[in-house]
Ligand binder design. Structure first.
Ligand SMILES: Cc1ncc(COP(=O)(O)O)c(C=O)c1O
Length: 371
C-alpha cells in the first residue's frame, strides 16, 4: 500500500516552511527556488494568508455553489474588475480552469476547433491533456478529445479561420521551459482571432499572480485576451482555479452548463483575497521585476550557463550539463530547490518575496554544480 507511482519524487520529506525556506524531517533547511511549482508566490505560510484562512476556517468552510458567500462573490468582482471585466467561474486547479475554458469556447462557437501551440502544457485531465500536444503525455491515453489543432506558434495567425472556436495559449510557456512569445506574435494572433470571430484564451495558470512582474502577464504584452485561466499562485498554497471571462464571453455559460462541488469555497477565496492584497501593488510588482533582472544577470555570469531567458521571476537557463542531474544534486548536496524542464534547461521560480541576499545565496549554491 503506497502512494500511486505517478511522480518521480525526490527522497526528501518536508515538515514546515517559512518565506523562501523549507525544513525537512531531519531539521535541514532548503532554499526554495521552485515555490511548489509557481504556487507559493508569497513564500511558505505567509502570515496574511495564514491568518485569513485560520479565521475563515473557524467561521464557515463550505456551502456549495447553490448559495453565495461574500468571500467568493467579492473575489469574482475583484478579479474581473482588475482584469477582463465580465464574469468568473471558479474551480480547484489549473487543468479544471482550462476544462472550463474549453467548454466555454465550444459553446461560443459550436463544433469549432481549438488551436494550441506545440509544446504547450495545459493540464492532465482529458480536455486539458488533449490541448497539450506532447507525445509522451498524450500517447498512452489515446483516444483523446477531438477538435484540437496543434501547430508551431508562428503558424497560428495564418491558421485561425471561421471554423476556429479559440486559440488557447500560454503567453509564456512554463512547463516546456519558459518559452517567451513576443508581443508582436501574440498581437498577430489577437488580430487573427478578431478577423475570424474566434476567441483568444490565455492560460495564465503559471504566468499569472505576479509571476512575471505584472499581476497578469498579458498586461506587459499589451494583448488583452477574451478569457484567461488562473490557478497556482491564486490561493497562496491552497487549491483554487478560475476562468475569467471578458464581456464577449461572460454570458455564454448558463445554469447547468458547468460546475464543481468544492469550487470557490470561502476558505480558498479569503486566501486569494489575502494574496491579491499583497501582490496587486505597484511597488511589490516593481520589486519582482528588479529581482528578476538580478537573477537573470547573475545567472549569466555563472560558468556553464549558455543562455538565460524569462520575465520577472519566471526564468530558465540553458546549461552545458545534464539539467535533471544538476537539479537533483542542488537538492541533495546544496539544499537548493529548483527543477529541470528539459535535458539542458533549469527553471527558477522563487517566491516573489525573495530577497537579493537569497538570490545571491541560491547562485552561490548552484555555482559548484555547473562548469
Ligand atoms: C500553464 C499551465 N496550465 C495548466 C496547468 C495545470 O495546472 P494543475 O496542475 O493545477 O492542474 C499548469 C501546471 O503546471 C500550467 O503550468
Amino acid at each position: 500500500m503506497s502512494l500511486a507511482n505517478t511522480y518521480a519524487r525526490y527522497p526528501v520529506e518536508f515538515v514546515s516552511g517559512t518565506g523562501c525556506w523549507l525544513t525537512d524531517a531531519q531539521g535541514d533547511r532548503y532554499l526554495d527556488f521552485l515555490s511548489g511549482i509557481a504556487v507559493n508566490n508569497l513564500g511558505h505560510c505567509h502570515p496574511a494568508v495564514v491568518s485569513a484562512v485560520q479565521e475563515q476556517v473557524g467561521k464557515l468552510m463550505h456551502v456549495s455553489n447553490l448559495f453565495y458567500t461574500d468571500a467568493n462573490r467579492s473575489l469574482a468582482v475583484r478579479l474581473a474588475s482588475r482584469s477582463l471585466g465580465g464574469s468568473v467561474f471558479f474551480c480547484n486547479s489549473g487543468a479544471e480552469a482550462n476544462e472550463a475554458a474549453i467548454k466555454l469556447v465550444r459553446k461560443f462557437r459550436p463544433r469549432g476547433d481549438v488551436i494550441v501551440a506545440l509544446n504547450a502544457f495545459h493540464g492532465r485531465t482529458y480536455g486539458a491533456l488533449s490541448a497539450t500536444p506532447q507525445e509522451a503525455k498524450q500517447a498512452p491515453f489515446a483516444p483523446l478529445v477531438p477538435g484540437f489543432r496543434a501547430m508551431d506558434v508562428a503558424e497560428i495567425p495564418g491558421a485561425v479561420d471561421s471554423q476556429t472556436a479559440a486559440v488557447l495559449i500560454e503567453p509564456i510557456q512554463g512547463e516546456s521551459g519558459v518559452n517567451v512569445f513576443s508581443p508582436e506574435l501574440l498581437s498577430s494572433i489577437r488580430a487573427a482571432c478578431d478577423a475570424a470571430g474566434a476567441a483568444l484564451v490565455f492560460d495564465e495558470v503559471q504566468t499569472g499572480m505576479g509571476r512575471t512582474g505584472s499581476l497578469f502577464a498579458y498586461e506587459q504584452v499589451g494583448v488583452v485576451p477574451d478569457a484567461m485561466t488562473l490557478a497556482k499562485g491564486l490561493g497562496g498554497g491552497l487549491p483554487i482555479g478560475a476562468l475569467v471571462m471578458g464581456e464577449k464571453l461572460a454570458g455564454v455559460l448558463a445554469p447547468g452548463d458547468h460546475g464543481s462541488t468544492f469550487a470557490g469555497g470561502p476558505v480558498v477565496s479569503v486566501a486569494a483575497h489575502a494574496v491579491l492584497d499583497v501582490i496587486d501593488d505597484d511597488a511589490f510588482l516593481s520589486t519582482v521585476r528588479d529581482r528578476g533582472e538580478r537573477l537573470v544577470e547573475l545567472l549569466k555570469e555563472l560558468p556553464g550557463v549558455v543562455s538565460v531567458r524569462g520575465r520577472g521571476l519566471m526564468v530558465a537557463a540553458e546549461v552545458d550539463a545534464e539539467a535533471p542531474e544538476v537539479a537533483k544534486r542542488a537538492l541533495m548536496e546544496q539544499k537548493l530547490i529548483l527543477n529541470a524542464t528539459g535535458a539542458t534547461t533549469l527553471r527558477f521560480l522563487p517566491p516573489l518575496i525573495v530577497s537579493d541576499d537569497e538570490i545571491d545565496e541560491a547562485l552561490r549554491r548552484l555555482r559548484p554544480l555547473l562548469g
